[in-house]
Design a protein around this ligand. Structure first.
Ligand code: BG6
Length: 474
């Protein structure tokens, strides 16, 4: 019993939510820089409000974020003090290729990440690197319409090849696209897509999805060619759909809704479009243009492992009188009367994590990696920046118990666990700083004011103990 002694404990972040330095080191502008706080954020994220330049009316929190660009030495030292075995982070594409279609990579950007990886290695922390955590260089959006255009596959290939070659020996675990199913729900964040008023959005999204999936398979191929030690994962915004009632219609709807998400992983892991997808496309008149050889590429270069984020389960109902909705990761859900919610309305369901692990393992039979999980909450620090965050500890403890049960009692193969936002960062959904996930408090507020000082919360010491005991001391 007990978790594998090589279990990868750690934390996760993304470049656009931590790094800042948006215009430093020759970095180019990316879609994620242009997400403002406030009421327009949802419209921009969904591609309904076109925002490809900064304006004076909005505040753009990713510009500085928590300035990890200048603080990474200090931050990594704190991760090491907690005993991290791994640290999940992302590379900002436009730091490496500022315009996306440049002939040569930007040396300053490449060097920046090399230094970060070297620093992690100094503490024996294994980097787990997301190649695109929602980034698309703005130039590629303006010039080519982003992932709706097949040319993106070549630009992405060039970027990945550059990263794999440069970081050979430093990085072994890679994820191709963060929350690859995000494209259906927030297509500007997920894939840099903006829509024209009369456009068939579903058609555009699924075509862009196809390009991303082919690009992901090509990246997998190259990663293995560059270094057979490389392990490539896909990344799903996870959480199963429960039927609201035991009406057969509700159960059938839950299956259908889950497939909306599995579609991506079915292709990335099993290597082919499932029949239900072709039927759906025919029914909804979605025509995916594929090139000769695409299906072969998808078949041949499947992922080595399946990673996913888990914050909550979801609920679907067919009875139209059930309308009680609540917020959740990437889209809303019917409220589950059996669950409590976070301050942001996200429902808390640790057992749902065990179920999600079992369903994914049954379906794919590949090692799983939980690369995001956590509680976004308002913290109130004392004068030293210390936060008594028992609510966060409780949340994480219950989720750890759940995945331990999946591994130890159900036999699910689990590689590791990285909590989301191990250091406070900018929220992807709202742009707020006040939605905090971290073990480390960062003094910065929703308007970008604060000293950026880092301090340890109570959960910092708790997680240190959890890692030290390999999850036995909770
Ligand atoms: C996931 C993303 O959707 O959830 C992260 O991969 C994001 O980037 C996280 O931050 C939590 O969502 P939010 O909206 O609370 O930041």
């Amino acid at each position: 019993m007990g978790l594998n002694p090589n279990f990868l404990w750690g934390g996760a972040t993304a470049a656009n939510q931590t790094e800042g330095g948006y215009d430093l080191g020759n970095r180019g502008l990316a879609n994620v820089d242009l997400l403002p706080t406030g009421k327009d954020r949802a419209g921009v994220s969904a591609g309904k409000i076109k925002m490809l330049e900064f304006d004076d009316q909005h505040f753009y929190p990713a510009k500085e974020a928590i300035d990890m660009y200048h603080h990474y030495f200090e931050d990594i030292k704190l991760f090491a003090e907690m005993g991290f075995k791994t640290y999940r982070m992302s590379i900002s594409w436009s730091r490496i290729f500022p315009n996306g279609d440049d002939e040569q990579p930007n040396e300053e950007g490449l060097r920046f990440y090399e230094n970060v990886f070297l620093e992690l290695r100094k503490y024996n922390i294994e980097p787990l690197v997301t190649l695109t955590h929602f980034d698309v260089p703005v130039n590629l959006i303006k010039k080519y319409g982003s992932w709706r255009n097949r040319k993106m596959i070549d630009f992405y290939e060039q970027y990945c090849r550059t990263a794999f070659n440069r970081y050979k020996g430093l990085v072994k675990y890679w994820l191709t696209f963060n929350e690859v199913n995000m494209i259906l729900h927030a297509p500007f964040i997920g894939a840099g897509l903006c829509f024209e008023p009369d456009e068939n959005e579903e058609q555009v999204k699924y075509q862009a999805m196809h390009h991303q999936l082919v690009a992901s398979a090509i990246a997998t191929k190259i990663a293995h060619e560059v270094d057979p030690e490389n392990k490539i994962g896909c990344m799903l915004a996870g959480g199963n759909n429960y039927p609201y009632s035991c009406r057969p219609e509700d159960y059938a709807k839950a299956i259908e809704k889950d497939r909306e998400n599995y579609l991506f992983i079915d292709i990335q892991s099993r290597g082919a479009y499932p029949n239900y997808a072709f039927k759906k496309f025919a029914r909804e008149n979605i025509q995916i243009e594929m090139k000769q050889g695409d299906q072969e590429i998808l078949k041949q270069y499947t992922v080595d492992f399946i990673s996913f984020s888990y914050y909550s389960s979801r609920v679907v109902a067919t009875d139209s009188s059930v309308t009680n909705e609540t917020a959740g990761n990437i889209y809303k859900s019917i409220k589950n009367p059996y669950l409590e919610s976070s301050e942001w309305g996200w429902q808390i369901d640790p057992l749902g994590l065990r179920s999600a692990l079992n369903v994914l393992y049954d379906r794919y039979q590949k090692p799983l990696f939980i690369v995001e999980n956590g509680l976004g909450a308002v913290d109130t620090p004392d004068e030293n920046g210390y936060v008594e965050d028992d609510y966060r500890i409780d949340y994480l403890r219950e989720h750890i118990k759940a995945f331990k049960a999946a591994a130890e009692e159900d036999g699910v193969e689990l590689m590791g666990y990285t909590t989301w936002g191990c250091i406070d960062l900018v929220s992807a959904g709202s742009g707020e700083m006040s939605k905090r996930y971290g073990f480390i408090y960062v003094d910065r507020d929703d308007e970008g004011k604060g000293t950026l000082k880092r301090s340890k919360k109570k959960s910092f010491y708790w997680y240190q103990k959890v890692i030290e005991s390999n999850g036995e001391d909770l």
